[in-house]
Design a protein around this ligand. Structure first.
Ligand code: F6R
Length: 608
């Protein structure tokens, strides 16, 4: 979603503001802008589309000034035009905003009645007009800021410049994160630590409800009541190096190939490789005694949770209630306080997932957060944090975070089974041994399948629709394969449980329909093989992703077969993710898509 950057200091800021915005491009956006104060006056440049347009504008019309705020906008209210792009101005005030002001309509009517002239379709503009009004009413800057925060409802991260105070930036947070960066004679602000990586790693996270004043030598933070509070400083691990593309064309490609290393890091946290057992996870959520488990998440993280459900039910004999967070939060599910809940989120900031977490907390459940960002809101509000340790994921389409989420969920399910006595020590050791083999097997698969995938992706790029099928854990994986393809290539794709085919989707099959079947040689293989025959009988073009065993014993009517090594059932979802991710990636590359920033998508979805 929208990205915010700010700098206040003694050196020109405009180029560095754009550099910070470039670090936030991964979040998704459709227009951008910056504002500075120079010689006592506010100035701004805004453009539609990508940052190249803003850079071109700044080249023609440079912007001076040692204090400034910048923004990439992912449109919610109003089209992604230059006029709707942030910063928004109203008489001496400039505002950038990430989030949604829910009561903007009534505020707008009230402000219009007292003479405010609105020039955009955005919800954000009311903030600028509210501040101007309060200043005209005689309030000082701090007082006006506090009064404005009392009026607005919704989710927001804000950065504000007052023309009559060229030495400070005011900021506020209620929902979407804001990070303050401490520099040498200058202060920074960003939507996340990645934006600030080129400037500083000395950071302070604002809490929900905080607002603050940044000057060149420091920051003063206030809570909702306006009381001065102290927030800790910490060193961020997001270095400029860690978030480069290396030798890869796209972040998505880099992140796909980083998976063996990322999974090894994640597993090392949960597994004692010498003894093939789990380390004692000190932040347990009472798996031994809980009645059941609730899981909620969005998108790819939800599909990881769905695979986790199979594992928790099978190995820990725990009933799992799972739903996408946008439904979970409103279903009024009757949950027992003797249950636990897991929330899975790469960013740790997804609005619906956070709301589901708060619902479960209010019902008295113990809360676990499976997150990539340990400083995130979801992590901070949980009783136990289960880090996935994937490292920064910049490509909008999640790849390494997904497989690391799976690795962590597998470890947790085994841990829960052990704690509940539903698996024996030998079974635990066998399962852990399989997990330990993952990084090596993933490396091997990534090396082996590239040529085959390149060939297939050219063929797939001519398709209008694609169906993915699977059974057991390969069913959620089929949905993840379809999600990945539609996100980055814009080809319409759907994943179905193979057994559901006859109940409707089979009507779609004809000779133009590629059907990608995810079928390791597991207990479901023979049944999936029958479904393959049914598709072939109707002319469907089958691309089978199986293992050596599946390929050797079957004489299936497939158009193409991708053969992976035989692996234990618990690690099959991570191994079989690789061809699905690469196929989506390569197809999008062949089609010339913007792989790392697909249209309309945002990386961190901080509004519902
Ligand atoms: C798809 C993708 C999204 C996210 C979803 C949840 O490739 O990345 O579906 O998985 O928006 O995001 P997080 O995990 O940050 O809560």
């Amino acid at each position: 979603m929208c990205g915010i950057v700010g700098i206040v200091g003694r050196k020109p800021v405009s180029e560095r503001l754009v550099e910070g915005l470039e670090r936030l491009e991964y979040r998704g956006y459709d227009s951008a802008g910056i504002a500075t104060i120079f010689e006592g006056e506010l100035h701004r440049r805004r453009t539609e589309g990508k940052l190249v347009n803003l850079k071109a504008r700044l080249k023609k019309e440079p912007l001076s000034g040692n204090v400034g705020i910048a923004h990439t906008r992912w449109a919610t209210h109003g089209a992604p035009t230059e006029c709707n792009a942030h910063p928004h101005f109203a008489d001496g005030v400039a505002v950038v905003h990430n989030g949604i002001i829910e009561n903007f309509s009534e505020l707008k009517d009230g402000l219009a009645e007292v003479g405010a002239k609105f020039t955009t379709d955005t919800d954000t503009e009311v903030i600028a007009h509210l501040l101007t009004k309060f200043r005209r009413d005689g309030m000082g800057r701090l007082e006006a800021m506090h009064a404005m925060l009392k009026c607005v409802k919704g989710a927001f991260a804000l950065a504000i410049l007052f023309e009559d105070d060229p030495a400070t930036i005011m900021v506020a947070r209620n929902g979407p994160p804001l990070v303050i960066g401490h520099g040498d004679g200058e202060m920074f602000l960003g939507s996340d630590a990645i934006a600030l990586a080129p400037f500083t790693n000395d950071i302070t996270y604002l809490n929900d409800g905080d607002w603050a004043v940044l000057g060149e030598t420091g920051v003063q933070v206030f809570d909702t009541e306006g009381k001065v509070v102290t927030r800790p400083r910490q060193i961020s691990i997001a270095t400029a190096d860690l978030i480069g593309k290396g030798d890869h064309r796209h972040f998505m490609e880099k992140e796909i190939y980083e998976q063996p290393e990322a999974i090894a890091r994640a597993l090392a946290y949960y597994i004692n490789a010498n003894d093939n057992d789990l380390t004692t996870i000190s932040t347990d959520i009472g798996f031994a005694t809980v009645e059941s488990l609730a899981i909620s998440a969005c998108g790819t993280a939800y599909l990881a949770g769905l695979i986790g459900k199979y594992w928790f039910e099978r190995y820990a004999r725990l009933m799992v209630e799972i739903d996408v967070a946008s439904e979970f939060r409103y279903r009024e599910i009757p949950l027992s306080p003797r249950s636990a809940a897991l929330f899975i989120s790469q960013s740790g900031e997804t609005a619906d997932t956070l709301a589901s977490l708060r619902y479960c907390k209010a019902q008295g459940l113990r809360i676990g957060a499976v997150v990539n960002t340990r400083e995130s809101t979801i992590a901070r509000e949980a009783d136990a944090i289960f880090p996935i340790l994937a490292g920064p994921e910049i490509g909008v389409a999640s790849t390494k975070a997904f497989t690391c989420q799976l690795a962590v969920l597998a470890a947790l399910a085994i841990g829960a089974g052990k704690a509940r006595g539903t698996i024996t020590n030998d079974e635990e050791q066998g399962l852990v041994k399989s997990l330990v083999a993952l990084p090596r097997l993933m490396r091997q698969v990534l090396n082996d399948i590239k040529p085959k995938i390149e060939h297939l992706s050219r063929e797939l790029s001519n398709s209008r629709d694609v169906i993915y099928l699977g059974r057991g854990t390969s069913f959620p994986l089929a949905m993840e394969g379809a999600l990945k393809l539609k996100e980055v290539s814009y080809i319409h794709a759907e994943g179905y449980a193979a057994g559901e085919l006859k109940h409707g989707p089979i009507a779609l099959i004809d000779q133009n329909m590629p059907v990608i079947v995810v079928a390791p040689h597991d207990r479901f293989f023979d049944k999936t093989a029958s479904n393959i025959q049914e598709v072939a009988a109707r002319g469907g073009r089958i691309i089978l992703i199986t293992d050596e065993m599946g390929a050797s014993i079957s004489k299936l009517p497939t158009m193409h077969t991708i053969v992976l090594p035989n692996v234990d059932e618990i690690i099959a979802p991570m191994i079989f993710s690789l061809p699905l991710q690469l196929l989506a990636y390569q197809t999008a590359v062949v089609m010339g898509r913007d792989v790392d920033q697909p249209r309309n998508l945002a990386k961190s979805v901080t509004v519902e």
